[in-house]
Design a protein around this ligand. Structure first.
Ligand code: FAD
Ligand code: SF4
Length: 334
């Protein structure tokens, strides 16, 4: 690990000021906030991240889950993944989020990992994490070792000729289906960004992963009031039952009226370069009967633009089956 200065922020303004000294918020950031540290410290040890200054934000008052007057929920940036997964409001009103969190990592990691750190965790592409290999995300213009290398776990949706890295988070998939909003404090004040607009597609600049600018501090995530009568579910498929990232996952929020689907939100994980909302699947489902044919048609629509490579072509069918399973579970709960 390179040498770095360590400081602690005691106010939001102090954190933002410290972060703003970095020329970039992403690749090459010279100042990094640390929350749980379970991703940042790993990457510092691997020499992938080498900030000059690390700012501990754990003293900031961002650790609460609160009901909002409009019936929604505010989740502080520093709420630990374990606490969020077991929060009674989340378990009752947003079970998809609780299930997604509990499917990730291990109990020890979830006790440390935070909401904001999980939102910003970096890809698990093996070449990104190994500085001996070329990687456009880590070193722009150097090439992409994954294209013709090991890409079994990588993305088939939203890819580009520069990068096919997957967004690894389970929580982000659930938050996307729940249409979460991310609240940010930066040098110019506060702003809010819909989660679907927060992550960027890799295009020719995979080093830029989000809309964050230097100094931007995530302060909270809000969820809209749950639509009455909706059920939600998270299904994750992976190589082993625990301590493993998704090969394919699906988050579904659905409302059924009689035997007809009235409202549905669909997001896919393990297959996209960002948490993958599928308006194609949603359009294919609204007004359709609750039956296997409707679910399969939605899955076909969701994956119609998939661009697999030889090593991850199996993910096309896996992702479809995963979505069919999630839709079946979400629409047959009473
Ligand atoms: C062995 C292992 C298995 C795992 N398995 C899974 C899994 O199956 N599913 C899954 O989803 N995840 C998994 N994870 C990832 C884990 O969920 C993340 O490491 C964790 O969520 C990161 O949170 P953190 O608070 O520790 O982040 P940190 O490491 O503290 O920070 C991560 C990044 O976020 C930035 N950051 C943090 N807070 C803020 C803020 N408020 N504003 C702006 N920037 C901020 C940091 O600067 C850093 O760049 C696994 C991790 C490990 C090590
Ligand atoms: S897929 Fe992306 S992260 Fe992986 S080596 Fe290629 S450029 Fe780097």
């Amino acid at each position: 690990m390179n040498e770095f200065r360590f400081s602690r922020a005691d106010s939001l303004a102090q954190a933002v000021q410290a972060g703003a000294k970095s020329p970039t918020a992403q690749l090459g950031a010279t100042v990094r906030f640390v929350a749980g540290g379970t991703n940042l410290v790993d990457l510092m040890k691997l020499q992938v991240e080498h900030p000059e200054q690390v700012v501990d934000i754990n003293n900031l008052p961002l650790g609460k889950v609160e009901r909002l007057p409009d019936g929604g929920l505010r989740i502080g940036a520093l709420v630990r993944n374990s606490d969020l997964a077991h929060d009674p409001n989340v378990v009752r009103d947003y079970p998809v989020l609780s299930q997604a969190l509990l499917s990730g990592a291990s109990p020890q990691l979830r006790n440390m990992a935070t909401t904001s750190g999980n939102l910003l965790q970096r890809t698990r592409c093996v070449y990104f994490r190994d500085v001996a290999h070329e990687c456009n995300k880590r070193n722009p213009g150097s090439g992409c070792a994954a294209m013709d290398g090991y890409h079994r776990t990588l993305a088939i949706l939203g890819t580009s000729d520069s990068c096919i890295a997957t967004n690894p988070s389970d929580m982000n998939v659930a938050l996307t289906a729940l249409e979460a909003t991310i609240h940010i404090r930066g040098v110019k004040g506060e702003r809010s960004v819909a989660i679907n607009d927060f992550y960027l597609l890799p295009g020719s600049t995979p080093n830029r992963e989000t809309v964050l600018e230097p100094g931007d501090l995530i302060t909270s995530v809000t969820l809209p009031k749950p639509t009455p009568g909706t059920h939600s579910v998270y299904v994750k498929l992976r190589d082993r039952e625990a301590y493993e990232f998704a090969l394919a996952s699906a988050a579904v929020v659905a409302q059924v009226d009689g035997a007809t689907i009235r409202h549905v939100r669909v997001a896919l994980g393990g297959v996209g370069t960002k948490p993958w909302r599928s308006p194609e699947a949603e359009q294919a489902l609204v007004g359709k009967p609750v039956r296997a044919e409707s679910f399969r048609a939605a899955a076909e629509a969701a994956l119609q633009n998939a661009r697999p490579r030889t090593g991850n072509a199996f993910k096309v069918e896996l992702s479809k089956r995963c979505l069919v399973r999630a839709l079946t579970l979400a629409t047959t709960q009473s």
